[in-house]
Design a protein around this ligand. Structure first.
Ligand code: BDP
Length: 329
């Protein structure tokens, strides 16, 4: 029997459903993954990206950035964004390797000759090849971020030659190439999340890790691994990526707003990065880190020959991508 009360309830439910449908037709909100803390160059650029999109779409698309990897570790976050459970993120191309094979080229030690050359590569035709391959795996690259050059640090001694790595337990990101890289110098590599390094060094599970100056100071690693040696062995780009599912749901005008905001964020991130790198280096020195500047990297480059040999054996087709990178000045 239809009573006045049940009619009222049914009407209220119908109204609520209509309301949700209407608001989702007009307003969308996106969740974004970020490993870094507030104030870090990437975080500032991501938050400005989110703000710009909200403003320029008149609130039709609102973005929220979740910092400090609260939405999960990086390999999981890449997966979640690929399947659309998350909408966007700032990802390092290292942990992208297991998902998009061509991106492993960017994790080959010394593949770029400088950070500047990396920019030229990624902003050009070769960068587009990577973006196209990543798109086939469910992620749209909107722009490229910087993460400087990565160097080794540990709590035992300065690294002056590859032989100094012998026997050291070094944390690496999640990619077999980094295990091979440390192996080639006689060390023992352990892939683990960035947030576990500090404690692992304290307890002796690790002797050190490798990263850029801003991450070295962001995670207070100079406190437990004061010997930082400028091996500069990896220059890995990062992306500002959107889930293809979320991207395809936008109209072309909104896509254009998001893309422009992402390009502006990349410009901002790179400028902030350069300053943050220098500042982090000085902060580390002030806090007692011992920086060992390596003048001649050739012995380290030579030590990487087995890494390349193994890589070309596994991916013969990717040798031409390495050559394309090297041809860019
Ligand atoms: C930092 C990158 C971040 C990585 C981290 C790591 O910005 O994306 O997750 O290194 O080593 O430099 O895990």
């Amino acid at each position: 029997m239809i009573t006045a009360k049940s009619l009222l309830r049914t009407t209220a439910i119908a109204a609520a459903i209509l309301c949700t449908a209407a608001s989702s037709a007009f307003a969308t909100s996106w969740r974004g993954w970020n490993i870094h803390a507030p104030g870090y160059a990437n975080t500032v650029a991501l938050e400005d990206f989110a703000k710009a999109v909200g403003e320029k779409t008149g609130g039709k698309l609102t973005l929220k950035v979740y910092n400090n990897a609260v939405l999960g570790d990086q390999p999981d976050a890449i997966e979640q964004t690929r399947n659309g459970a998350l909408d966007f993120g700032n990802f390092n191309l290292g942990p992208m390797g297991p998902v998009v094979p061509i991106t492993n080229v960017l994790s080959l030690p010394f593949v770029f000759s400088s950070e500047e050359q990396m920019h030229h590569v990624m902003d050009g035709k070769v960068g587009q090849e990577f973006a196209d391959a990543i798109a086939k795996k469910g992620l749209i690259v909107l722009s490229w971020f910087d993460s400087g050059a990565r160097s080794m640090f540990n709590d035992k001694h300065p690294i002056k030659t590859p032989a100094d790595v012998k026997g050291l337990k070094i944390r690496v990101m999640d990619n077999q190439l980094y295990v091979d890289m440390v192996d080639a110098m006689g060390g023992n590599a352990t892939p683990m999340p960035m947030g576990s390094i500090y404690q692992s060094i304290t307890t002796g599970v690790l002797d050190g890790a490798e990263n850029n100056y801003p991450s070295y100071t962001e995670f207070n690693l100079y406190q437990v691994a004061k010997y930082y040696s400028t091996t500069d062995h990896l220059i890995i780009p990062e992306c500002l990526c959107v889930a293809k599912k979320s991207w395809d749901a936008l109209d072309p005008k909104t896509q254009d707003i998001v893309r422009q905001a992402a390009l502006a964020a990349s410009k901002e991130q790179r400028e902030l990065w350069a300053k943050a790198s220098e500042k982090a280096k000085q902060d580390a020195i002030k806090a007692g880190a011992k920086i060992n500047e390596i003048k001649d990297l050739k012995p380290f480059q030579d030590a990487m020959k087995p890494v390349y040999a193994k890589f070309y054996k596994k991916y013969p087709d990717l040798q031409k991508v390495v050559e394309e990178i090297r041809a860019v000045k």
